[in-house]
Design a protein around this ligand. Sequence first.
Ligand code: ADP
Length: 374
Amino acid sequence: RPSPSPARSRPAADHSGSADLCRVRVAVRLRPKNSEDLAHGADFDSCVELQPESKRLKLKKNNWSCESYKFDEVFSESASQKRVYEAVAKPVVESVLEGYNGTVMAYGQTGTGKTYTVGRLGKDDPSERGIMVRALEHILSSLSFETDCVAISYLQLYLESVHDLLAPEKTNIPIVEDAKTGEVSLPGAAIVEVKDLEHVFQLLQIGEANRHAANTKMNTESSRSHAILIIHLQRNTRTKEENGSSLYDVRHDTFPDDLPLVLKSKLLIVDLAGSERIDKSGSEGHMIEEAKFINLSLTSLGKCINALAENSSHVPTRDSKLTRILRDSFGGTARTSLVVTIGPSARHYSETSSTIMFGQRAMKVVNTIKLKEE
Ligand code: ADP
């Protein structure tokens, strides 16, 4: 834990309770060709052409048909993990450090780089680190008071059931919504305070091992479940002594100029299940049952995004556990970034096309971000 620095940095945002409108930011990331792509040798044909300067992506259906799409960011196969973090997650993390809630998530077909982008540990090679590690590293280095605190919960959502990846005995964790504020919480989940980067690796490794063990037990693959890291942050904006205790208003736990004494915020980092249509993966028997549930969560996420993009008065967030957990992230009160990951192969044209359309619709969603009311 950092010791309090003499020049304490305070959140710079306007904390007067005003809300900002903020569109969901969407980036697309192209995975490098892999051995499966290359195994197709001369037949290998890329259906994707990137134009990073204009932030556009061209998707070729065939020699005669080609569509062009604009994103907030377009990352080629050579884009570094650092660059992706800085463009996609860093602005959200900065806003979380100022007391707002935030969400970063990865969506795409299995094998296109969601886990690489979000969950790669890179313990021995810092350049490989994904968004989860970088976000925690960034937050840990930004804490300014001894009393500031960062803690994590790490969950897996599989077959509409929430499992704790830090305390595997905890399964079927309920999702609770505060009747007054609408805020979502998972009171049964472990919340572990994070001390330093070494501890981050330890906890994420435990999570990974539990995810693997749970999936082996359930006879499934991690691509079929959603992994959700929740970073809980609590920051003191100043000490009582700094302001003179006579000014401190005990009733409201605030100082006179309405800056809360304690800023509490949450960052969700989500590695979504593979978005591929299930008939492609050859599911049979109970796998079809499983597919229905996985599709339930992702289909319901798609429906919510469509409803929000069209400004519909009804957004069906209660239809699945995933959308209940993400309630605040789309059209809610959090700052949200989405990375959609794609592969280059023309063989997966239709999955790539549907991933891109998902990203395009998400770009139309506008959130109202505001400070959490104490
Ligand atoms: P997903 O989570 O979407 O199923 P993964 O993240 O597991 O996909 O990626 C599949 C494989 O491709 C992994 O071996 C991963 O290391 C590799 N990979 C994905 N994206 C990249 C990238 N941008 N650079 C290098 N390797 C990548």
